[in-house]
Design a protein around this ligand. Structure first.
Ligand code: GZL
Length: 349
């Protein structure tokens, strides 16, 4: 990329030089303009984002664009993969051709990255992973990763469901749960699904169905509508992100049911992940969503900090987890314990 920037200023100078037959650039400035321009000093980062499927994703993209500005010394090339791994692989190959200084990848799913990450390593371009993970035998195909512990998010939500329903005297076998999952094969889906499935097994809950809603509101609405036709005893809906929870609640209300924590009164308890979407946060304050597990999208400054470490030749931590909380306005559970660690349930969010 540096070579590309060196070329531009010279190209820009040609018209001025040709037009004036003598320099139309005041001689006292010529030296300054002919010096390598600021652009040459920028660190060029190629960012392959997986898509724009949710409010979380938009917030994540905004965070990255805000962190990698020219003022901060960066030239960011942003490519949206539109949920297709093939598009992301094409983007990475383009970044390699452009000889960027760093590649940041937010991978759509975990598998299928070995070849292109090998090409980036061959080209000597460090790769930083953000948000979801990649499933490669060789962990040296990328420099580091920053994101959430998705299985912990699922465990925390399951612990809240257990604590709340036990506080109401609801027998575990009377919990009839459906899971509206995220994109199948994405780290967020794998971890959140595992957290619930293991808790259902350990507690004797009736986990009746796991169906992907692709992390989108429309698919969440469609999937919930189909599940309500298939089962007449659903009383817990575990949505793996807020956008699907909003769609599911719409379907629940369209079916004449009520979303809320009072399972004994026939309400359907809806729980969710992210805590980014304004409507979902309002629903949580109203009790329509009984609990939200935060999933922090603001990774831009964290990724930039990792690149700053790489820039000075240091080795950053390989896996960098962000701390996250639970939010619920439903009284009855003030804290939960997961893997011997206590997590306070926040009332304000
Ligand atoms: C989680 C992220 C997930 C969010 C969804 O870090 O990968 O993808 O939970 C988003 O909202 O679509």
């Amino acid at each position: 990329m540096k070579r590309f920037f060196k070329l531009i200023p010279l190209l820009l100078l040609i018209p001025a030089i040709l037009a004036g037959c003598g320099s139309s650039i005041p001689s006292e400035n010529a030296e300054e303009i002919l010096e390598t321009p600021k652009a040459d000093d920028l660190v060029t980062v190629g960012f392959s984002q997986l898509g724009a499927e949710s409010d979380w994703r938009s917030a994540n993209t905004d965070s990255m664009l805000s962190a990698f500005t020219e003022e901060a010394g960066y030239n960011l090339i942003y490519k949206n993969g539109q949920q297709k791994q093939a598009n992301q692989i094409t983007a990475i190959r383009m970044f390699i051709q452009q000889e960027v200084d760093y590649i940041v990848l937010a991978p759509s799913t975990e598998d299928g990255w070995e070849t292109v990450l090998g090409e980036a390593r061959e080209a000597g371009i460090p790769v930083i992973l953000v948000d979801r993970r990649v499933n490669t035998a060789d962990k040296n195909l990328y420099s580091c990763w920053v994101g959430s512990d998705f299985e912990l998010e699922g465990k925390k939500m399951a612990a809240w469901i257990k604590a709340y329903t036990e506080s109401k005297g609801i027998a575990p076998e009377d919990l009839h749960i459906v899971n509206i999952q995220g994109n199948i094969g994405s780290t967020a889906q794998i971890g959140r699904t595992r957290g619930l499935a293991n808790a259902a097994r350990d507690n004797g809950w009736d986990l009746m169905a796991e169906v992907s809603g692709d992390f989108t509101e429309n698919r969440g609405r469609e999937v919930m509508g189909a599940l309500l036709k298939r089962f007449d005893n659903i009383n817990v809906v575990y949505c793996e992100n807020d956008n699907m929870a909003i769609g599911a609640i719409d379907a629940i209300e369209s079916a004449g049911r009520k979303a809320g924590p009072n399972i004994q009164n026939g309400e359907i308890m809806v729980v969710s992940f992210d805590g980014v979407n304004k409507t979902a946060l309002d629903y949580a304050r109203q009790g329509k969503i009984s609990c939200i597990a935060e999933c922090n999208p603001l990774h831009g400054p964290r990724v930039r900090a990792l690149i700053e470490v790489l820039k000075i030749g240091e080795t950053p931590e390989k896996f960098n987890y962000v701390d996250e909380m639970l939010f619920s306005s439903v009284p009855g559970v003030d804290a939960i314990v997961v893997d011997d660690k206590t997590y306070k349930v926040e009332r304000e969010y």
